[in-house]
Design a protein around this ligand. Structure first.
Ligand SMILES: NC(=O)c1ccc[n+]([C@@H]2O[C@H](COP(=O)([O-])OP(=O)(O)OC[C@H]3O[C@@H](n4cnc5c(N)ncnc54)[C@H](OP(=O)(O)O)[C@@H]3O)[C@@H](O)[C@H]2O)c1
Length: 299
């Protein structure tokens, strides 16, 4: 099958390319200088923000299924550069959805727990959204674009993605490992409750949704445990056998440009009942993260 992946330099997109390569004809669409892990796929640079490149690449490839994971993911950066966020996160999703509509291709578009305001999570798929901040609003508009333009579409929401792969970017989880290993203090919010998503697991659920199911609408595909970030940091430290200081901080005491959902998190019962790749417990996810980290090669 001809499967295209956007955001192929990123954590979820890179995982998807790695899992698809060799099993399907894969077009990996990326933008910046990074590259997905080694494997058999065709690489192409295409900008989600220019209104046409990604759409043209998908049409030329003749994609039968598209995993759309590309987005501007720097939440505070989106407040600094709102035009770019809207162009990429909403406009880019419109490009992808238009191509899927023209091709009759199945689409899974990735979205975020930030579409909720965090007043009363964890949230189910049918709960009312209330996106606050440019990142959240541009992603929510991307959800609507995907679902309304592409007839055969599922939106897969994840939260706090992390990966131990060499090619993955720095995240809160990798910073906990690196800082504690160097004897540095880790600061973590004790009032932000969230789900987390090991990229390998999230990508596997999304690809199963893309290639093996006809489900249309929103599905939550994070890992299953909801916790605050201090708890998450402590669990990462314990899994890696790291001791050191993890200092709780309050969101209101830190100057952040974008609002953060405090009582967030995603309910994943629907995915658990539907998919072969079930949402992972935090212990299982961190076990796999630890294995990925052990296999890292110097860059
Ligand atoms: N990371 C999280 O904690 C998180 C949480 C909830 C939802 N999500 C969603 O999950 C999806 C995947 O993100 P991720 O976690 O894998 O983060 P990521 O590693 O930041 O991946 C996002 C990718 O999008 C690409 N991108 C950015 N601007 C682009 C443009 N103009 N044209 C083409 N590609 C562009 C980036 O390319 P470069 O690498 O070249 O810059 C990056 O590889 C996104 O839809 C995101 O909104 C992420």
């Amino acid at each position: 099958m001809k499967v295209a992946v956007t955001g192929a330099n990123g954590m979820l997109g890179g995982e998807a390319v790695a899992q698809l390569a060799g099993r399907h004809e894969v077009l990996a669409l990326g933008f910046g200088p990074g590259r997905p892990p080694e494997g058999t796929y065709r690489w192409q640079e295409a900008d989600l923000g220019d209104g046409r490149s990604v759409e043209a690449a998908l049409l030329e490839f003749g994609a039968q299924a598209v995993f759309h994971a590309g987005a501007v993911t720097d939440v505070d950066g989106c407040e600094r550069e709102p035009d770019a966020a809207w162009r990429v996160n909403t406009g880019g999703t419109q490009q992808v959805a238009r191509a899927c509509r023209a091709l009759g291709a199945r689409l899974v578009a990735v979205s975020t727990d930030y579409v909720f305001d965090g007043a009363s999570g964890p949230y189910g798929e049918e709960d009312l959204t209330n996106a606050r901040g440019v990142y959240a609003q541009s992603k929510l508009a991307g959800e609507w674009a995907a679902l309304s333009i592409a007839p055969d579409c599922a939106v897969a929401r994840v939260a706090v993605v992390y990966s131990g792969r060499t090619t993955a970017r720095s995240t809160f989880a990798t910073q906990v490992v690196e800082k504690l290993s160097r004897g540095e203090v880790v600061k973590a919010f004790d009032d932000q409750f969230t789900s987390t998503t090991l990229a390998a697991s999230g990508a596997a659920m999304c690809l199963e949704l893309l290639l093996e199911h006809a489900y249309r609408g929103v599905l939550h595909v994070s890992d299953e445990t909801v916790m605050d970030r201090v708890d998450f940091a402590r669990r990462v430290a314990a899994r890696f056998g790291l001791t050191g200081e993890i200092v709780p901080v309050k969101t209101a005491d830190v100057k952040l440009l974008a609002p953060r959902p405090l009582r967030g998190g995603l309910k994943v019962e629907r995915a658990a009942g539907m998919l072969r790749h079930r949402p992972l417990s935090i212990d299982a996810a961190l076990g796999r993260f630890h294995d990925e980290w052990a296999r890292r090669t110097p860059r």
